[in-house]
Design a protein around this ligand. Structure first.
Ligand code: C5P
Length: 228
């Protein structure tokens, strides 16, 4: 594409608030959105459901190729895979754990790369994940690395799940968050790391409105027009 649509990336560790920020920016600019974590969660869910070993690259590649994914859109807020609504299931414990395991596999990442690039459509794309700025959209107009202390991320997740009426333990959440951090940062392929040209935004102690305001200011500095 001679002049590909602009991209804003929001990368960072689990629970840093990437999804909330990405949705707010996309709404403000009226751009498309890619929640890349949901792709890994879908592959994780299917690997788990069909008892596919997370070490069996060829079987995992087949899983990816068999997935017909309909993302949430204006007509439907749900994620439907091969005719099944998986919106809730991909947030479950097993899908979450398996997502990080399948995300380590080079073949899975390669197979998902094409799908992710396909989201880049006019007028622009806000992409959230771990390697959006480093691997998938290296030419992004703005790369935000959204961070927060592990304690604060665990507390936010705890409050969110409690709000949903779920019975969770803060120490358990903290532990699983640290494990996912370690897996995401230390894997060989596409580890979570700060892109050299990223704007690092530490949201510890900031309100959602403050985080959004800082991100939009960074977008303006990059010459993006923010009108509404
Ligand atoms: O962002 P979310 O928590 O939904 O992502 C689920 C898992 O998918 C992460 O823990 C990470 O291991 C993986 N992931 C990834 N690369 C991305 C997005 C998510 O490896 N771009």
């Amino acid at each position: 594409m001679a002049n590909p649509p602009p991209v804003i990336c929001v990368d960072g560790p689990s629970g840093s608030g990437k999804g909330t920020l990405a949705r707010a920016i996309a709404k403000k600019l009226d751009w498309n959105i890619l929640d890349s974590g949901s792709l890994y969660r879908i592959v994780g869910l299917y690997a788990y459901s069909f008892d596919v070993s997370v070490e069996d690259d060829d079987a995992l590649k087949q899983v990816v190729e068999s997935l017909d994914i309909e993302f949430a859109n204006e007509r439907s807020p749900n994620i439907v895979v091969n005719g099944r609504d998986v919106t809730q299931a991909i947030r479950g414990e097993e899908a979450t754990r398996y997502a990080s395991l399948v995300a380590k596999r080079e073949k899975v990442r390669a197979a998902l790369l094409v799908r992710q690039k396909g989201f880049r459509r006019p007028p622009g794309l806000v992409a959230d994940g771990r390697d959006m700025g480093t691997v998938v959209f290296p030419d992004a107009k703005l790369k935000i690395y959204l961070d927060a202390s592990p304690e604060e991320r665990a507390r936010r997740r705890y409050a969110e799940l409690k709000d949903k009426g779920l019975n969770v333990s803060l120490p358990d959440l903290f532990q699983s968050l640290k494990e996912r951090d370690a897996q995401d940062k230390n894997r060989r392929v596409s580890p979570l790391k700060v892109a050299p040209d990223a704007f690092v935004l530490d949201s510890t102690g900031l309100s959602i409105a403050e985080v959004i305001a800082q991100a939009l200011a960074a977008a303006k500095q990059k010459g993006l027009q923010i009108t509404n």
